[in-house]
Design a binder for this molecule. Structure first.
Ligand SMILES: Cc1cc2nc3c(=O)[nH]c(=O)nc-3n(C[C@H](O)[C@H](O)[C@H](O)COP(=O)(O)OP(=O)(O)OC[C@H]3O[C@@H](n4cnc5c(N)ncnc54)[C@H](O)[C@@H]3O)c2cc1C
Length: 355
């Protein structure tokens, strides 16, 4: 049995820990603060296989959806996925045309809904150009998922240590090692750096093609009139969560801190009110912000994450760059991680870090 040390207890680290532990590996997770402190704690958790202006299919989307369900099932928390479906109101006629083409091209996963039909199903929804219906979509409470996966990894023998920050790492011919903020040295056969935004503090990672984008979500009190609603994605997005709605999200490329702001909160609510006018005055209960770590398009045309050994290393791996759709990539890649660790040539070229 080999020993993998995972640094970072967000979505990437938690998915990796569970699948490796399930495969019989010895796993230790080090988390600097507590699970889902970073982007995973700010996300709305939308699972949308047809994102973007043209609703193009996400990378290996059928496998990606299956991997979310398999991962939650392993943790015995299948109910963390809310199977509401996703409705994407078209912003204008041009987008409506793209959406109709998407529905024609993938009828088993998407359908076109006319304005009149929508008006009778969802009288409070403004969708003058029609909408794309994505029945397999939904949402996940992402922070709860991270916690559940880590617990499930522990149940399979993994050790999860919170409040332990890695400050250095390295490898020799015998092992990989990490030094912590308490000067402890921990050795393993390999380490997987799943640091999210923590990458910026390590000059060794400067060469990776990673870009930081701040994002904010807000939680609104759910107006009574919006009791029956799927997840929406069009003017921002709206994710139903009990008697609240999570609304997202901002994309800020220049920022000085990672705190939520009142200005963004109001802008997000106003944007969502373009789809659901009843939200214009809804009470803002909470706001969260985090940093999406993304791989720029010039390095990855499909903006995929990075998974694999760091340049010049065999035992030090990265699992990062999950961007704005971590749910569609982290479970999928983590599911195959035991195979990739055994044979790195099997890592899909699209996600390999630059060599
Ligand atoms: C506002 C917002 C909305 C989003 N909405 C969605 C969405 O709807 N759907 C979707 O799929 N994705 C969404 N995302 C993206 C998603 O949140 C990310 O892709 C995913 O959560 C990233 O997970 P991660 O594990 O890579 O990073 P993180 O969640 O940031 O986790 C990294 C962890 O590493 C720890 N760490 C860092 N440095 C160290 C160190 N030196 N030692 C030990 N631990 C360390 C941190 O404390 C943190 O817990 C959203 C993101 C944001 C910001």
């Amino acid at each position: 049995m080999s020993h993998t040390l995972i640094v970072g207890g967000g979505l990437a680290g938690a998915c990796a820990a569970l699948w490796l532990a399930e495969h019989g590996e010895a796993v230790t997770v080090l988390e600097a603060e507590y699970p889902a402190t970073g982007a995973s704690g700010a996300a709305a958790g939308l699972v949308n296989p047809f994102m973007g202006q043209r609703a193009n299919p996400a990378w290996r989307f059928e496998e990606a959806l299956a991997a979310i369900h398999e991962t939650l099932a392993l943790a015995k928390t299948p109910d963390l996925f809310r199977p509401t479906g996703i409705l994407r109101p078209a912003r204008d006629e041009a987008q409506a045309r793209h959406f109709r083409e998407r529905a024609e091209a993938t009828p088993q996963h998407a359908a076109w809904r006319l304005t009149e039909a929508l008006a009778s199903m969802y009288p409070d929804l403004a969708a003058p150009h029609g909408a794309l219906w994505i029945p397999d979509g939904g949402s996940v409470h992402l922070a709860a998922m991270v916690v559940a996966l880590l617990h499930a990894a522990e149940a399979r023998g993994a050790t999860v240590r919170t409040g332990v920050r890695a400050t250095e790492w390295g490898e020799d011919e015998r092992c990989a090692f990490v030094t912590t903020n308490t000067s402890e040295r921990i050795e393993a056969d390999r380490i997987v750096l799943a640091l999210g935004d923590g990458f910026q503090y390590f000059p060794d990672l400067d060469a990776l093609p990673l870009h930081r984008i701040k994002g904010q979500t807000i939680r609104l009190a759910r107006p009574d009139s919006l009791a029956d609603l799927p997840a929406l994605s069009g003017f921002g997005y709206v994710v139903p969560d009990g008697n609240t709605l999570v609304v997202g999200s901002s994309y800020e490329h220049d920022f000085e801190d990672v705190q939520p702001s009142q200005v963004q909160s109001e802008a997000l609510r106003a944007k969502a009110a373009q789809m659901l006018p009843a939200l214009a005055d809804a009470e803002i209960l909470d706001a969260r912000a985090g940093v999406r770590v993304t791989v720029p398009r010039r390095h990855s045309p499909r903006r995929l994450p990075l998974l694999g050994p760091l340049r010049g290393h065999q035992r030090v791996w990265v699992f990062t760059g999950l961007g704005s759709k971590g749910l569609l990539t982290a479970p999928l890649l983590a599911r195959h991680l035991p195979t990739y660790l055994e044979d790195p040539t099997r890592i899909p070229p699209d996600v390999q870090p630059p060599r």
